[in-house]
Design a protein around this ligand. Sequence first.
Ligand SMILES: [Zn+2]
Length: 161
Amino acid sequence: MGIILTLSSARLPGPAVDFECPSCGLGAVGGESHTQVDTVRAFFLIPLWRHHNTYVVCPSCTRRFRAPAGLDELSQLDANELTVLLGSGTSFNAKAYALVALAFCWAPLVGLVMRLVATVITRRVRGWPRTVSRIALGVSILMFVVLFVPTVAVSVIKLFM
Ligand SMILES: [Zn+2]
């Protein structure tokens, strides 16, 4: 006999919150906030696992951002604090790509390609992943110019000698 597992989601509405949208950049907007509670139950009754996530929604572009805070904490934050908090909830991918770009920035072509990927992924991200990927671009362009350009120049000169 198997176990019947069901997943149910409930939304607990939270206070109206002001923040600068990380996506569309709209400032101090009255956004909606809620906590989503996902519960996995066995045989429709016995709760096995419960997961809370708090989100704020931008009323302008309707994008949803995960807030690393509870609803009660949200109501105590001002617009600046909440904006900083939303920026710290950067997705794992953006962090991973920024670090990979930094790790490979010494390799001219790899660094440049990785940097382009990191730019696309982190272009709407606030905080350190964007800064790190910009530094990585600077270093990879420098390495490209220092290592690759002279090699090509020497090859071209040899061709005509
Ligand atoms: Zn927005």
